[in-house]
Write a protein that binds this ligand. Sequence first.
Ligand code: BGC
Length: 348
Amino acid sequence: MGICSTVSKALRRGKFFFLLILLLSLLAWIATFSGETVKSILAPFGTTETFVKGDKLREKLNVLLTEPDQVIAPTQSAECPQVSPLLKGAVGLSFEPSLKLKDLEIANKGVTEGEYEPSDCTARQSVAILIPHRNRERHLLYLLHHLHPFLQRQQLHYAIYVIQQAGDETFNRAKLLNIGYLEALKDYIWDCFIFHDVDLVPENDNNLYICDKQPKHLVVGRNSTGYRLRYKGYFGGVTAMTRDQFLQVNGFSNNYWGWGGEDDDLRVRVELQKMKILRPSADVARYTMVFHKRDSGNEINNKRMGLLSQTSHVWKKDGLNSCSYKTLSVERLPLYVNVTVDIGKPHI
Ligand code: BGC
């Protein structure tokens, strides 16, 4: 009897333990299963994904932090060659009456808001081309047509700014160029500025639109003058000055209203600073001038000789530091930045 009861007790306890183990296994299984279910339900909402991504990100960060030589630095391309391999020398110019701005935009896909830089090398200079303008749309079109590919073949980082004089007051080329300089510097610290008439188209790629140690005059000859320099001190049409050279002479005078004299005034300023004017060789510095009649609103300035005689006395007060104007709009068109300004009128 004693043995029997001990055996039956043990059996009851065994059953109890068996049931207990069974129950625990069941609970463990439910816990595992429910975990997977939660994960698979959350997956489409991103929670699980985020977790996995976070893990990967952490892994990546660890690699970056612990293995510095695996960090990929942004690649900077080498400086463009001293002489661009793209230069063609003398190029044939065309002036097609059917030419449209849209055609130029299609042909210059690499230009954004008037700005371009070579894709395979770092340009040696960043150059702002400043074109004073009013009512010369066709000339502007011809110039843009030739200038964009010309500058691209020179492998420059450049932007073209057209500075439009609003209203009918007498034209003031020099003041517009001062404004172009000031406005362009709001976009980028350009190294070099090209002051460019709208009706002069360069004929030779070797006439480089870059600045030098001294101011440069780029128009030695043009078709309309038999490709000869107009006179020894001629400094008009197209000139190149560095940011600092132009600042040093206090820019152009703001007081030349109408045609003539402002370029001679700039030459006097340059000479007062003991700078020398450089010119490329005559076979390279050649331009075609697009024919036009004298514009109304740009009559010959009869006061220009009188003003010129005062340059050495007034240049410090009349120039970039006294250039007042109102910017009416800055439109970033595909092929140029169009700056329209109210420049006031001549003081009587
Ligand atoms: C004027 C200049 C002009 C030059 C050539 C000079 O008499 O003063 O402004 O660029 O002639 O046409």
